[in-house]
Design a protein around this ligand. Structure first.
Ligand SMILES: Nc1ncnc2c1ncn2[C@@H]1O[C@H](COP(=O)(O)OP(=O)(O)OP(=O)(O)O)[C@@H](O)[C@H]1O
Ligand SMILES: [Mg+2]
Length: 364
């Protein structure tokens, strides 16, 4: 087809029947220009699949513009997608091309499309139907030609029932649906992936090269449920490569073995805090330290999660720039609010509250 060579960074490792079938579907889907909906649990590789499709498509020479609908404040997403003219609104000092136009000739990847505000969904539908975009503050539309790739980890059919997603948009985007299997359904791919991450991160390591995993590490990996799927495995191996002093990675280095200290008797308050700490750390780890999806999973607002992180002194679990902001904001004191009750009393999962929008610049 004369397309550019495939980028090895976007290679899906694995040889299980589930992955082989997915790769075959990717090849077939890449030949078409119809919208694709990629569904799967968190960390399964949905974005990687989108990139693989684009790379194999006839649009490969064009850009793949990625927009995470869950990570942009609802108030900003319209101008992000549509762009704006100079002075279209307060603060719009420059004309800005939106993602629809930036994807012209290529593809637009709308990640977490289930998070697209309901009010904006008709506008997306119109663009997909008419292939015309009007920047905010502009009077005339411009034609756009992009392929839509979308991903979601939420069940959009349930979102339709709950009134959070429009049915007409759903039928427009789910022409071709790809299901990315969870890691637990990929058999020995677990070890293939673990080895591939070991060589990737091992190559950057100073000191003696890592030789491999110990038998107890292999067993612990096989026993673990991997709720965060490939991303969790990748983070786990990366951390172990950095922290291990020897040349073999064992279960403890992977964080898959409970330390004796974790089994000491606790009173109720200590047990509650230990559980809260574990849950928050684990959830941040599952979501690549991104506050917004972690807060969603925990059923609290981003602001509440920042407070909990500050109270539990877990700033080290955030990306360095966010930790620095938290410290600047005086958020490392115990008096910054939040309580164990926050974990169950925040806004409903998937909801974005007003305070979230205000804090999006801190979030991912
Ligand atoms: N089969 C695979 N082979 C190699 N790396 C993979 C594979 N699947 C996923 N990864 C890696 O795991 C990480 C998570 O993948 P990705 O971001 O595509 O998942 P996702 O489903 O979009 O996650 P989320 O739901 O959290 O957005 C990425 O670094 C990706 O490169
Ligand atoms: Mg993703």
């Amino acid at each position: 087809m004369g397309s550019p060579p495939l980028d090895p960074r976007f290679t899906l490792h694995g040889d299980s029947p589930a992955i082989r079938s997915l790769l075959r579907t990717i090849d077939r889907v890449a030949e078409s220009d119809a919208p694709v909906l990629i569904v799967g649990e968190t960390g399964t590789g949905k974005e990687l699949v989108a990139r693989a499709i684009h790379q194999r498509s006839r649009r490969a020479a064009g850009a793949l513009v990625a927009v995470n609908c869950g990570a942009i404040a609802p108030t900003l997403i319209q101008s992000e997608l549509f762009g704006h003219e100079r002075y279209a609104f307060t603060g719009a000092g420059q004309r800005r091309i939106g993602s629809f136009e930036a994807a012209h000739g290529g593809a637009l990847f709308l990640d977490e499309i289930g998070e697209l505000p309901l009010a904006l969904q008709p506008a997306l539908l119109r663009v997909l139907q008419d292939r015309l975009v009007t920047r905010l503050g502009a009077s005339a539309p411009v034609p756009v030609d992009f392929r839509l790739l979308a991903a979601t980890h939420v069940n959009l059919e349930q979102a339709i029932i709950d009134g959070r997603f429009r049915e007409d948009l759903y039928y427009r985007i789910n022409v071709l649906v790809l299901q990315v299997p969870p890691l637990r359904d990929r058999g020995d791919d677990l070890l293939v992936l673990a080895e591939s991450f070991l060589s990737r991160f091992g190559a950057d390591r100073r000191g003696p090269p890592v030789r491999g995993f110990t038998p107890d590490a292999v067993l612990a990996m096989q026993r673990h449920r991997w709720p965060g799927n490939v991303r969790e495995l990748m983070n786990c191996v990366q951390r172990a490569v950095v922290l291990t002093e020897g040349v073999w990675i064992d279960a403890a280095a992977l964080g898959l073995q409970r330390s004796p200290a974790a089994q000491r008797p606790l009173n109720l308050a200590q047990a509650r805090e230990a559980f809260e700490r574990e849950l928050v750390r684990e959830t941040l780890r599952l979501h690549g330290r991104r506050i917004a999806p972690a807060a969603r999973q925990l059923g609290v607002s981003r602001v509440t999660l920042y407070r909990i992180v500050a109270r539990l002194k877990l700033a080290g679990d955030l990306p360095p720039e966010e930790a620095a902001r938290l410290l600047e904001a005086g958020g490392d004191s115990d008096s910054s609010g939040g309580s164990a009750a926050d974990l169950s009393s925040g806004p409903t999962a998937g909801g974005v509250d007003v305070s979230d929008a205000n804090h999006d610049r801190i979030g991912c």
